[in-house]
Write a protein that binds this ligand. Sequence first.
Ligand code: ADP
Ligand code: GLC
Length: 480
Amino acid sequence: MSKALKILFVTPECAPWVKTGGLGDVSAALPQALAALEHDVKLLMPAYPALRALRDGARLLFQRPAQGHWPAARVLHAGRHDGVELLLLDCPGYYDRPGGPYEDPQGENALRFGLLSRVAAELAGGASPWREWRPDILHCNDWPTGLAPAYLQQLQPGGTRSVMTIHNLAFQGLFPLERARELELPPPWLVPDGLEYWHQLSFLKAGINFSDGITTVSPSYAREIREPASGCGFDGILRARAGRLCGILNGIDEAVWNPATDPHLPQRYDSGRLELKRVNKATLQQRFGLQEDDGALLFGLVSRLTEQKGIDLILEVLPWLLAQGGQLVVLGVGEAGLEQQLRDCAGRHPRQVAVELGFNEALAHQIEAGADAYLMPSRFEPCGLNQMYSQAYGTPPVVHATGGLADTVVDLAAAPERSSGFSFSQPTAGALQAALQRVFEAWREPAVWRGLQQRCMAQQLGWRGRAQRYVDVYRELLAA
Ligand code: ADP
Ligand code: GLC
């Protein structure tokens, strides 16, 4: 048997403690899956308020004195959770404060996430006082950890290899170039081949240029981001590093997203007892005052309300959808204009449209289970988890065939025997409406619909095989 790897996974969010989107779910499930493959995994994240109780019971690994612009900080060992050891970066002025993890009223995010990156590199590169454990792999996630591979190079890592995972290229971690000095980034790095991007400093670019390996969260997205249309200005550097870039599909945490065991559901069910699913639908209709009609096709949506997610396309086709007798339940937070438009729709059609603005984990599960079909017309989608959650819940997704959505949803018409949802190829309201027309048609044929649900639920969506792909990448890097 090959040697177990030591992996330091660094992330700005991790479920169930802190989650703003899919990165929180992946940061919980992927390290667990790696640990289940018998690797030695430690996860480093900031000690946000939600982690106070764990922080207060944690063991001190070392104290990091104030240095330059950075205040003093501590690294704590907060126990083992589902096989993964949790390391907390405690610096109360930076992290133990109200609001979401990225909220930044004082303009400190460069330093806050610079410190997270710096400490990760120090741990990985043996430059921290805690020398008992040196990882083989430093695995970084998204721009808040992007400086870590650069700092690791500075620290002469020896054998440690770094991997940068891009969960969303649209978030580049841009700051004024002048901040380089306080972040202790040497002037020779402030060039386009380093971490300069149009006279700004980009944390994500640092991660891309300085890491040993780059991954992103689906094979299609790995191809798309090498093209100008989807490259967010980074397509050039990604083409240049294409040999180091690979796409690995996200999985789902089957212990958390499983309708047979889900504690959030009024009624649990599985593919053998699909008829029970309707109890969840009725409960959802009741909760929101929608017409309690099992014959009305109920669409669900749980999402950040942003341009990325194609919410405007849904708003455009909504009058048509409602005229067909459909219903819609939305849970989300995001852009004020979209929130307002959704609220207005619900106000005009209280028996057909329900909107809850906020973050609500339990309700997210209840919508996956209670809806008949799930809407995800994203303009771009690195991977997307909700379409897979909805498949696991027998709620066929309707998606724009882009990024991970293209890799995870097989259209009913394109390949009936393998189908797992509905997809359309242009991100327009017209294309979405045409797909929805097909959804209504399939829904009217119970045998067709039931078959589709069964295929959705029979898929292997778990992390095991997908985590193994990460291990393969780690091993290739270590062998190089
Ligand atoms: P992204 O990371 O781009 O937001 P994903 O589909 O990968 O998209 O993951 C989104 C995750 O966040 C899912 O777990 C989804 O259920 C959750 N989520 C998004 N918005 C909300 C919300 N308002 N309330 C609860 N969960 C939400
Ligand atoms: C990002 C992407 C989403 C992906 C998630 C987890 O937030 O927008 O598509 O599923 O990260 O990788």
